[in-house]
Design a protein around this ligand. Sequence first.
Ligand code: FMN
Length: 372
Amino acid sequence: MKIDEITNVAEFEEIAKKKLPKMVYDYYASGAEDQWTLKENRNAFSRILFRPRILVDVSKIDITTNVLGFKIAMPIMIAPTAMQKMAHPEGENATARAASAAGTIMALTTLTTSSIEEVASTGPGIRFFSVHMFKDRNVAAQLVRRAERAGFKAIVLTVDAPILGHREADIKNRFTLPPHLTLKNFEDVHLGKIDETNDSGLASYVAGQMDRSLSWKDVKWLQTITSLPILLKGVITAEDTRIAIQSGASGIIVSNHGARQLDYVPATITALEEVVKAAQGKVPVFMDGGIRRGTDVFKALALGASAVFIGRPVVFALAAAGEAGVRKVLDMLRDEFELTMALNGCRSLREITRDHIVTEWDRPRIAPAPRL
Ligand SMILES: Cc1cc2nc3c(=O)[nH]c(=O)nc-3n(C[C@H](O)[C@H](O)[C@H](O)COP(=O)(O)O)c2cc1C
């Protein structure tokens, strides 16, 4: 299929599935254990319906927004996803260029196949760095400083992965990073004593360095080593939202790691409103998980998200068509979102309200009122 024949985000996944080795496709696509949350991240969107307002003049629609003071072209950003060169030889560099061309933000993970500096050198763009905390806090400190020097604008701390989720496809496939690739951010980091004679030595060192002791203390510690704003990614309860704000987080990303960590947590779109209410407007709340349509973006904003992130659509588009593929995904989501706004009678993000949707946890508002 040619790229201009693609009409929606889901089609990229079909192409990626045909193109990628099974081990790589499964790594990108799968979730934890029974994958209940993986399916629910998508299905929950289909249970939220619109209450569109009619006869609003929608000849002009503004979908631009501000994230941590940075103006972006649309409320759709790129989530951190690991090892993108398995999808395409240009990997994270292609994603960075596509994000920049679309006028949006890319979050780069620690576990990349292009280094922080390489990604920065692709050109201008607003980028966040998603740091993984290792047992040796010096490694995290070095990475954060490199991201600061390379012009990254915020730190994303992933708080839902003190230990890797149980992804059975990866276990069955004996997933490893293909031998021609390395975890680039670690090449110049002083790692102490490891077997540096081969890449799998590096990969297993990194896996072994995941730190189960990660706690709220580390959120405070991170603030002592960087002046960049810190977003906590992986909050899904009101309780943790309140602690996150007290601990100095500048924003929250409601996320279940694309359903790759704890199975049977709710879909993020159903957890979002609880977090938004607990945040009381003190910090912006973002969300990711299952966003595949412009209508999904609208629903997230109606429930109080400031903007959303997308994960898998980027790696699948990268596999299918490199930078042009990622650009196309961003363009399609932007166009669908703008259309959804128009058909709901909204001309700016501020005009998207909770009354534009009805959820299963609302009183049934679409049913006729009972006769008394
Ligand atoms: C292949 C893959 C790798 C990921 N790697 C990371 C990572 O290194 N750090 C992180 O915080 N989240 C990671 N995530 C989670 C994403 O940032 C994001 O939360 C999730 O993909 C959003 O759901 P979606 O894929 O349905 O859009 C990864 C997700 C996928 C699919």
